[in-house]
Design a protein around this ligand. Structure first.
Ligand SMILES: Cc1cc2nc3c(=O)[nH]c(=O)nc-3n(C[C@H](O)[C@H](O)[C@H](O)COP(=O)(O)OP(=O)(O)OC[C@H]3O[C@@H](n4cnc5c(N)ncnc54)[C@H](O)[C@@H]3O)c2cc1C
Length: 823
């Protein structure tokens, strides 16, 4: 809430609270926020927060939009959010002033409502002061931040200089909104956000509007919020105004509304509630707000300076997500407790440092996220903005062969291969905004658009072909976007023992099993995960007395892993370094029953089971180039990863493809990897595994060296949970009916909702839909394997349930024969 000179409230956010979002984490957080504002705070303080429970209505003008709402409805059941899909005429009964001529249907959430920002803030302040909190200094601009480098070369916050003097502190939280970039600069920290104008207008009185629900007309990109007997109208325009020169003296200021830009919202609003055409505008509210590249806030400790935390970039949702309590918890635990989605969205950790420094990237992506904020979230959509920033050594080679790229962490990685030919990603055209020319015939954009469906996508059969060729012959996956790090130094083994939950004590050249690092909290209670799919391999550095590990980590979380590992190395003062060679090495994975026969022609080493068993690696040569060959698989087949110096990648790639031609080798992308890996039961970080999951709940106890006496980060927490039992568990489901699922479907067990699906895909070898989700016992008991096996299950997709079978082992090759070379 911003206050004017007189102390009266002059600007407030619209305060809309919609509980259903296409993210389980956000649904949970919003439902929690609603409970606090509508129930807990009034109960604790005896004050009314100003909460108005007038309900929320989402408008669908087409089938895809209503399908999305039905998905939200199913997810809402998991969190107790009541919602109803209404026909146009039912909607008219509920909201008589609404135009329903172009309605396909609506989603009504009776317990949505409107927060009063001023009332919520003052009630929160009252509750906090009653519990002993004090506001020490108000109106106290920070003019400098003193950062010192400690004996280990780590930069730490030392003091804050303010207009009222210097405060010595090891901890600063940057909550400076659009000014957060400037404040970050004082400490040498990059804050990747942009400032934009964001606005709504308040209408004159409208007869008959009282008690109507708030409306979100996503297709028109507009919202209509009830404000007493009037409406406020706002939205997300396609051409938002960037605030280029962020003025220091504007904290309580407002901009003049640019009607040329805002008229698109008025047109959408008038179409939906025609009486608005004859209604005057009482006031306009246009303020500065910060936006980020992925429309999510920036939270957590910055990578550049220890003790410097971010709590900014709220993307016009700054009031909704009770960030105050979250920030407190982050500082205390150094990680978001209540918001796992943001836990892996920490500022440094979700954006690679080359991106946080790239103004073009930040600007383009923030624009696209803003303009598409109300777009349907389709499972296979990709951004058009900020592309081609990080290209791997095979990029041009694969592009010529029809590769349709996906963007992750700035990297372009292969999604799938289009038999129709090349589909390059072009420079961002801002969707024609700001007078730019829109790309006319844009193949990549057309291919994305073809997949805007919640049905099986039109490219289903192409993905199928890539998958089955891998299962029956062999496929080459370019995985060069992986992060590739060396952990080296006199205490590298000590550090690896502590960081990795798996036993890494094997001799160089023998160990390359997937490992992960456990997270630890100050109380050491939650045994949650911090990082995964870090394959750690012991290597021999040339410096006497040094040990080394080569780590390969999924590219989308490489920065997150990097930050986690360096933080632990700093905290534990281990004598070793983490070196990043991600850009210098390419990585191709050749998988399938014929991989050995083909690679034996290319690699100068014996690939037999005896000479090169599963989970080992060797330095060898391929096509005359030195490569590190690792016998590993993320798709459940016999196969090898080749880690190759950048300059040699094309040569090695061509040699493999040439040798494989007569055996039917194919290029394959990450869409195929997604399907093949779920079929085999391999976990994906961020989907099957997040920081709110534990190794035991995720079925990964085998990766924890509990049988050894070696201490590791999180060990006590894992042991404590093992002793107590687990109360949620990741379960694999298949459905008999071939129905497309993508995650967020509700899981029913014996007639009760027990969880939701985190990740789903189609498994082509078993010819079934496969879905993974965490389930709980509604009675609150432990979730044992017997509990899993004894239930009768259904998966609810868009309000329709499908009988499902729960598996306690992977439905494909449960005995792990194929990865070991036994076909
Ligand atoms: C028109 C409009 C409608 C909105 N509607 C909604 C909505 O419906 N729901 C919702 O949840 N959100 C909404 N928002 C967004 C919400 O208002 C913001 O996300 C939220 O207010 C941001 O809070 P903040 O504390 O991060 O930043 P701010 O409120 O901008 O506070 C930043 C503070 O930092 C101070 N500062 C800057 N530099 C320094 C320095 N060097 N030293 C000390 N202090 C400094 C500034 O003076 C300022 O007080 C809306 C925003 C706008 C503009």
């Amino acid at each position: 809430t911003r206050r004017g000179d007189s102390g009266t409230l002059c600007v407030s956010p619209a305060g809309l609270l919609w509980q259903l979002r296409p993210s389980d984490v956000e649904v949970e957080l919003l439902a929690h926020t609603r409970d606090v504002v509508s129930r807990d705070l009034p109960a604790e303080t005896g004050l009314h927060t100003g909460w108005v429970e007038n309900g929320g209505l989402f408008i669908a003008s087409n089938k895809q939009r209503l399908d999305e709402y039905k998905r939200l409805m199913s997810l809402g059941k998991v969190y107790g959010v009541e919602s109803h899909v209404l026909t146009p005429s039912q909607t008219k009964d509920l909201y008589p002033l609404m135009n329903i001529d172009d309605l396909y249907g609506t989603l009504y959430v009776p317990k949505d409502g409107t927060m009063d920002p001023a009332g919520t803030c003052s009630t929160l302040a009252r509750a906090a002061t009653a519990r002993g909190a004090t506001v020490i200094i108000e109106n106290c601009p920070v003019t400098g931040i003193q950062v010192r480098t400690d004996d280990f070369g780590v930069k730490r916050v030392h003091a804050v200089e303010t207009a009222h003097g210097t405060i010595q502190t090891p901890c600063v939280v940057n909550c400076a909104g659009v000014w957060a970039r400037a404040l970050g600069r004082l400490a040498g920290v990059r804050v990747p956000l942009v400032a934009m104008h964001h606005a709504y207008v308040v209408t004159e009185r409208i007869e008959g509007i009282q008690n109507m629900p708030n409306v979100r007309d996503h297709d028109a990109s507009v919202y209509l919020r009830l404000q007493g007997d009037a409406l406020s109208v706002g939205g997300y325009e396609s051409n938002p105004i960037f605030w280029e020169e962020v003025s220091e003296k504007f904290a309580f200021g407002l901009f003049d509304l640019d009607w040329d830009v805002f008229m698109q919202h008025i047109e959408g609003a008038v179409n939906r509630v025609p009486v608005l055409e004859k209604t005057g505008i009482k006031s306009t509210v246009c303020g500065p707000e910060s936006f980020t590249a992925d429309h999510k806030p920036l939270m957590g400790e910055a990578p550049e300076v220890r003790g410097f935390f971010l709590g900014c970039g709220f993307n016009s949702a700054g009031k909704r997500e009770l960030r105050g309590s979250c920030i407190h918890t982050w500082i205390w635990m150094r990680r978001p407790w209540a918001h796992p989605d943001i836990a892996i969205s920490l500022p440094s950790r979700r954006f690679h440092h080359s991106l946080t420094d790239n103004n073009r990237w930040i600007r383009e992506r923030s624009h696209e996220s803003y303009a598409k904020n109300y777009s349907v979230v389709f499972p296979h959509d990709e951004p058009l903005a900020g592309r081609n920033v990080r290209k791997d050594p095979l990029h041009e080679e694969l592009l010529r062969q029809g590769c349709v790229f996906q963007e992750r962490h700035g990297w372009e990685r292969p999604g799938w291969f289009n038999p129709g030919g090349a589909a390059p990603v072009l420079d961002y055209d801002y969707y024609g905004a700001y007078g730019r020319q829109r790309h006319g015939d844009y193949t990549y954009n057309r291919l994305l658009g073809d997949e805007y469906t919640f049905d099986f996508p039109p490219h289903h059969d192409i993905i199928k072909k890539e998958c089955l060729t891998c299962r029956n012959a062999l496929a080459l996956f370019d995985m060069s976007y992986f992060g590739k790090f060396y952990l080296v130094g006199p205490e590298a083994t000590k550090a690896a023992d502590w960081l990795f939950s798996a036993d890494v004590s094997k001799a160089p050249g023998t160990g390359s099993a997937p490992r992960f690092a456990g997270e630890i909290s100050p109380q050491n209670t939650p045994s949650t995960l911090e990082a995964l799919f870090c394959t750690g391999t012991k290597v021999s550095p040339s410096i006497p007395g040094w040990d080394g590990y080569y780590l390969a980590i999924g590219g989308a979380v490489a920065q997150h892993n990097w930050s986690h590992i360096t933080t632990v190395l700093q905290d534990m003062k281990f004598q070793c370094k983490l070196l990043d060679c991600s850009e210098e090495l390419g990585m191709m994975s050749i998988q399938g029953p014929l991989s050995r026969v083909v690679l034996q022609e290319v690699l100068d080493t014996d690939l037999s089971n005896e000479a090169f068993p599963f989970s080992t690696h060797k330095i060898t040569t391929a096509a005359g180039c030195q490569v590190r060959a690792m016998r590993l698989s993320f798709v459940g087949e016999m196969g090898w990863e080749l880690h190759v110096p950048r300059a040699d990648c094309v040569k090695v790639y061509r040699a493999v493809m040439e040798a494989g031609a007569q055996h039917g080798i194919t290029n394959a992308g990450y869409r195929a990897i997604d399907s093949l890996s779920i079929e085999k039961g391999y976990r994906h970080w961020h989907a099957d595994l997040r920081p709110d999951d534990t190794p035991l709940e995720a079925g990964l106890a085998f990766t924890c060296k509990l049988k050894s006496s070696i201490p590791f980060l999180g060990r006590e927490a894992v042991e404590a949970q093992k002793a107590k039992g687990i109360f949620r568990r990741l379960v694999c489901f298949t459905t008999e009916e071939k129905v497309p699922m993508f995650g967020l479907e509700a899981v029913w067990r014996d007639g009760k909702v027990v969880g939701h699906i985190r990740r789903a895909d189609f498994g082509f070898a078993i010819d079934k839909t496969i879905a993974y989700g965490y389930i709980r016992d509604p009675a609150g008991g432990p979730v044992s394997l017997d509990f899993v096996k004894s239930g009768s299950y259904e998966l609810e997709r868009m309000g329709v349930t499908f009988p499902a079978r729960a598996h306690t082992k992977s439905p494909f090759d449960p005995d792990n024969k194929r990865v070991k070379g036994f076909y």
